[in-house]
Design a protein around this ligand. Structure first.
Ligand code: ZN
Length: 198
């Protein structure tokens, strides 16, 4: 039985001022399998976020902020394929980051095996080497890989910023619960892409 619930209020900041020298933009899992028609786990709203993410990339690149892409990466026998259909098989078309958001050669791509981009990766190591304190996290899926990466970042005391028009979920409920958790539980700041000031 469907139930109707109100989303509790959370603050949406008109703008967030960030120091480019201490900020990284994290683009989560914008891969063909999650974004494009024919992808194994397509999120219908993900493609519409590409222009917003491009704007964030342009801002980060122009300001000198670090840019990191996460790339969901699985191979034969991965237990995640028992939860989800096969997706993000290493080396496949679906595994590739969408061409509109192709990483530049000097940008870091973190291949990850779970929802959390910190789990089992060198992400925290690089962020600390670079002196990063604030993370602008966008991409897909809002309540899965974006959320668990934001949560993991916040638990490590990074300052988390989520531009809500640059993330996407399978259902509006999932998007709202994730944003509310980030604001309420992690003191993360929710804004729009245009509000990210670098
Ligand atoms: Zn996966």
């Amino acid at each position: 039985m469907a139930r109707t619930l109100e989303v509790p209020e959370y603050e949406v900041h008109a703008g967030v001022d960030l120091d480019p020298a201490r900020t990284a933009l994290i683009v989560v899992d914008m891969q063909n399998d999650f974004v494009k028609d024919g992808g194994a786990l397509q999120v219908p709203d993900a493609e519409a976020t590409i222009p917003r993410i491009r704007e964030l990339l342009e801002k980060a690149r122009a300001s000198g902020a670090r840019v990191v892409f996460s790339q969901d990466t699985h191979d034969e026998g991965d237990p995640e394929w028992e939860i989800w259909p096969e997706h993000a098989r290493k080396g496949s078309w679906g595994h590739r980051i969408v061409e509109e958001l192709a990483p530049r050669g000097d940008e870091t791509v973190i291949q990850k095996v779970r929802y959390d981009a910190f789990y089992g990766t060198h992400l925290d190591h690089f962020l600390r080497l670079w002196g990063v304190e604030s993370l602008v996290i966008c991409g897909t899926v809002a309540n899965i890989c974006v959320h668990y990466t934001a949560a993991s970042a916040a638990l490590r005391w990074y300052d988390v910023v989520i531009p809500r028009d640059a993330t996407s979920a399978l259902h509006p409920f999932d998007l709202e619960t994730s944003l509310r958790q980030t604001a309420f539980l992690f003191a993360g700041r929710i804004t729009e892409s245009a509000g990210v000031r670098l």
